[in-house]
Ligand binder design. Structure first.
Ligand code: NAP
Length: 274
């Protein structure tokens, strides 16, 4: 567990303003697959590396560890009002007050789901219940993740409470341009998840990323985080290793116009899925 005491100078991240008027720190900490390291990783990230934004979900099985880490960080002096915590409810639990992906799954469904395991869901009913969470002051903002442009447009026809943000997979190998554009047109903030490629694409060791990193004297992770920030999205790289003590992800030239990436990172077509 982190031993350092928080001082305001530690805070390094800039924020994006949401339609609701609240702000979301530009760089957050992802926690998927953090397992037993989640408690230490989250607390260290907040107290030592200056993170104020943590992304988690019921499906990650670590919400208790995250809760313990948040309490420890607050004990060290971080104020709750400065922390932005995102959570999601998994598809099999999808009832009109719960949401993670934009479809519902049968109980016990495989991953990825097989034919017949994906069910229709009551989008309006779910959204109304989520709006109630805001009315009851249980959450500050509500949003969506893994949506399509079509589903987004449908949701916007009946949403009464501001749809603050949308979370989706985004990195140079999966740009999701159409959905990003649709969100921007509607003032919806976007958070990019799996920004480092989540291992499967290994963008950290991609020759193009490595080349740009060497040229700019940055790490590959910093290039990928910057790529996301430069598109106007917040970004939530997951990290359980001590590298986060050095603020590698949170100190990526935020606010430094000279630090813009020279060009969009170009990938071979076969790697660009959207
Ligand atoms: N809404 C959704 O459906 C959804 C889906 C997927 C993910 N997410 C969220 O997005 C977060 C991030 O996505 P992700 O976990 O898929 O993957 P990611 O952030 O793209 O990559 C994480 C991997 O990169 C490694 N890594 C981190 N920093 C590094 C660095 N500076 N140099 C080299 N390697 C580094 C991590 O290692 P170590 O952990 O060993 O440090 C981990 O193996 C998740 O944790 C989750 O919170 C949301």
């Amino acid at each position: 567990m982190a031993k350092a005491t928080f001082t305001p100078q530690n805070q390094q991240t800039e924020s994006f303003r949401l339609l609701s008027g609240h702000t979301i720190p530009a760089v957050g900490l992802g926690t998927w697959k953090s397992g037993s390291e989640a408690n230490n990783a989250v607390c260290t990230a907040i107290v030592e590396a200056g993170y104020r934004h943590v992304d988690t979900a019921a499906d990650y099985g670590i919400q208790e560890e995250v809760e313990r880490a948040l309490k420890a960080a607050m004990h060290a002096g971080v104020e709750r009002k400065d922390l932005f915590v995102t959570s999601k409810i998994w598809c099999t639990d999808l009832a009109p007050e719960r949401i993670h992906w934009s479809f519902r799954l049968k109980d016990g469904a495989s991953r990825p789901p097989k034919a017949g395991e994906v069910l229709e869901f009551d989008m309006e009913g779910v959204w109304r219940e989520m709006e109630r969470l805001v009315e009851d002051n249980l959450v500050r903002d509500i949003g969506i993740c893994n949506y399509t442009v079509k589903k987004l447009h449908r949701l916007l026809t009946f949403a009464q409470t501001t749809l603050s943000f949308c979370q989706m997979e985004m990195h140079p190998g999966r740009r999701n341009d159409k959905m990003l554009e649709a969100c921007k047109k509607n003032g919806i903030h976007v958070t990019a998840y799996s920004p480092l490629g989540s291992g499967s694409r290994d963008l950290i060791h991609h020759p193009t990323v490595e080349k740009i990193a060497n040229k700019l004297n940055k790490t590959p992770a910093q290039i990928l985080v910057k790529w996301a920030l430069q598109r106007g999205t917040s970004v939530i790289p997951k990290s359980t290793h001590p590298r986060q003590d050095q603020g590698e992800h949170t100190s990526v030239w935020v606010g430094n116009s000279k630090g813009r990436l020279p060009n969009t990172i170009q990938y071979p077509r076969s790697e660009t899925s959207v």
